[in-house]
Design a protein around this ligand. Structure first.
Ligand code: TYD
Ligand code: MG
Length: 450
C-alpha cells in the first residue's frame, strides 16, 4: 500500500518539519512553511540493488571531452566547457539574462550538435521573438514547450540531444506529487529526475533557477548539493554588465567569474573587465583600487567610501557588495589599531559597478577608502592595494600576489600597497614601478597618504 503523510517545508531554505511553524528555525523567515503531501512506496516495492565496491586504482580514468560553447567567458567559468552528463544550475534574479545567455549557447551549438530547450516559462513564439534579437542563427534549436517532468524526460530520451536547457526548473511539476509547481518538493523532484537523466544518458543539462530578492537561491538553493555545478548571475539589472560566478563546480575551480555586457543583440563577453570596473579620471577622496583575485583571474575594482557625521545614537554602517560583518571588523580595526575614530560617523562603503567582493584580501582597500574619506584627501596617484587585516592590525599574507601585480602593471598602476609578508615570493610577471610593503594598517596608511 502507498502511504501518504504530510511534511512541512520552508519555501526559503528547504528546512523540513513535521508540523507547521510560523518562523523557520533554520533561516528565520516568517510564514514560509508550506504543507506537502509525501507518498512513500511500501517497503516491498523498493528495488534492492547490491553493488560491489571497486578499488580506486582499478577504476579507469576517463578523460572527458568537454563541449565548447564558443562563449569564452562561460567556458572559463565551467572550467573549460560543458562536461557530458553534468547537471548545471544557473541561478539569478529575473531579467538578469539567464534565458538570453543559454539561448546564445544553444544557438552556438546547434550548428554541430542536436540541442533542445525545454521551455516552461515562455511559449515557443516568445522564444522565437527573443531569438530574432540575437545575432546568431538559432533555427536548428529544438524547443519543447512542456512543464510536465515525465513528458519532457520522455521526449529527451527519445530525441537524445547533446545538450538540454530547462527554463526554468520552477515551472516543472510531476503529477506524482500533489505540491504546486515551484514548491520545494516539486523543484527537488524535478532536479532529481533530470540528474538521473543526465547521468544515465550522458546528456548535459542546464537548469535555470530564479532567485528571490534576498539574493539567495531560494527553492533552487535546496538543489545546490544535488547538482554538479552552480553558476550564479550577479550584477545590477539596471547596469549593462553582468557577472557569472561559479559557486560550486565538481569539474573545475569555484569562484571563477565571467563578465558579460548586455547589448541590444544579447550578451557579449567582456575580455578586459578591469577597465570596466575602474571609473575613468582622477581619483577623489574616499576611493581605493583593489587588486582583486576572483578565482584564477585578477582584476582591478574600485572601492568607494563615504564618512559622514551621524546624528544617530547608533551610527549607520552600510556596505554594498561587501559583507557587513567584515565591514564592521575593518572599522573596529581602524579605530583601535590606527586611531581613526569613526564611532560617531555613518560609514558607507560601495564596490563600484555592482561587483561583490568576498575575499579577505579586500580588507585593505576598504580600510584605505574609509581613511581617505575621513581625511577627505585622495590616496597617492595610480596606486592599488590588497591585503587581509587581522584583528591586531597586521597585514596577512594573501594568495596570488603575482597575478594581482601583473594585472595592475598591465592596467597602468604605478604603485602597489601590499602585505610585507608577500614581498619575498615574487618573481614572474610584470610588476608596478613601486612595491610599497606594509606590515600593518598604520604603515599602509602612512604609505597611502605620503
Ligand atoms: P532574460 O534573459 O529573459 O533574463 P532571465 O531569463 O534571467 O529572466 O532577459 C534579460 C533582459 O535583457 C531583459 O530585460 C531584456 C534584455 N535584453 C537585452 O537587453 N538585449 C537582448 O538582446 C535580449 C535578448 C534581452
Ligand atoms: Mg528567463
Amino acid at each position: 500500500m502507498v502511504k501518504t503523510h504530510s511534511l512541512f517545508t520552508c519555501g526559503e531554505c528547504g528546512q523540513e518539519a513535521h508540523k507547521w511553524l510560523g518562523r523557520c528555525p533554520a533561516c528565520g523567515s516568517w510564514n514560509s512553511f508550506v504543507e506537502e503531501r509525501i507518498q512513500s512506496a511500501p517497503p516491498g516495492l523498493r528495488k534492492k540493488l547490491i553493488r560491489a565496491p571497486l578499488r580506486l586504482g582499478d577504476i579507469e580514468a576517463q578523460s572527458v571531452a568537454r563541449i565548447r560553447t564558443s562563449v569564452s567567458e562561460l567556458d572559463r567559468v565551467l572550467g573549460g566547457g560543458i562536461v557530458p552528463g553534468s547537471l548545471v544550475l544557473v541561478g539569478g534574479e529575473p531579467g538578469i539574462g539567464k534565458s538570453t545567455l543559454l539561448l546564445q549557447v544553444l544557438g552556438n551549438l546547434c550548428r554541430d550538435h542536436r540541442v533542445m530547450l525545454v521551455s516552461g516559462e515562455e511559449s515557443p513564439a516568445q522564444v522565437r521573438l527573443r531569438a530574432d534579437r540575437l545575432l546568431q542563427d538559432v533555427g536548428a534549436v529544438e524547443v519543447l514547450a512542456e512543464t510536465d517532468v515525465d513528458a519532457s524526460l520522455a521526449a529527451i530520451r527519445e530525441a537524445q540531444p547533446e545538450l538540454v536547457v530547462v527554463d526554468s526548473v520552477q515551472t516543472l511539476y510531476s503529477s506524482d506529487l500533489s505540491a504546486v509547481p515551484g514548491s520545494v518538493s516539486q523543484v527537488r523532484e524535478a532536479a532529481g529526475r533530470f540528474m538521473r537523466l543526465a547521468k544515465e544518458e550522458d546528456i548535459p543539462v542546464f537548469l535555470v533557477g530564479h532567485v528571490t530578492k534576498e539574493g539567495i537561491l531560494a527553492g533552487p538553493r535546496v538543489l545546490e548539493h544535488m547538482v554538479d555545478t552552480v553558476l550564479q548571475f550577479e550584477g545590477d539589472r539596471n547596469l549593462t554588465y553582468r557577472i557569472l560566478r561559479s559557486v560550486k563546480n565538481r569539474f573545475g575551480s569555484t569562484n571563477e567569474i565571467g563578465v558579460f555586457e548586455m547589448t541590444g543583440t544579447g550578451l557579449e563577453t567582456v575580455d578586459d573587465p578591469s577597465a570596466l570596473f575602474l571609473e575613468e579620471g582622477e581619483r577623489s577622496s574616499g576611493s581605493a583600487i583593489l587588486a582583486a583575485l576572483e578565482g584564477s583571474r585578477a582584476l582591478l575594482i574600485e572601492v568607494q567610501a563615504l564618512v559622514a557625521g551621524s546624528g544617530l545614537a547608533y551610527p549607520k554602517l552600510v556596505g554594498t557588495g561587501i559583507d557587513r560583518g567584515r565591514l564592521a571588523m575593518i572599522v573596529a580595526v581602524l579605530g583601535r589599531r590606527a586611531g581613526l575614530n569613526l564611532a560617531a560617523s555613518d560609514v558607507f562603503v560601495n564596490v563600484a559597478g555592482g561587483m561583490r567582493v568576498e575575499e579577505p584580501a579586500a580588507d585593505l582597500a576598504v580600510a584605505l577608502a574609509i581613511a581617505s574619506a575621513l581625511r577627505d584627501s585622495p590616496m597617492r596617484g595610480r596606486t592599488a592595494c590588497f591585503g587581509e587585516l587581522s584583528l591586531t592590525g597586521e597585514l596577512r599574507f594573501s594568495v596570488g600576489a603575482e597575478r594581482r601585480l601583473d594585472e595592475a602593471a598591465k592596467m597602468g598602476i604605478d604603485a602597489m600597497i601590499m602585505p610585507a609578508k608577500n614581498a619575498g615570493s615574487l618573481g614572474r610577471g610584470k610588476l608596478p614601478a613601486a612595491l610599497l610593503e606594509a606590515g600593518n594598517i598604520s604603515a599602509a596608511l602612512a604609505l597611502a597618504f605620503s
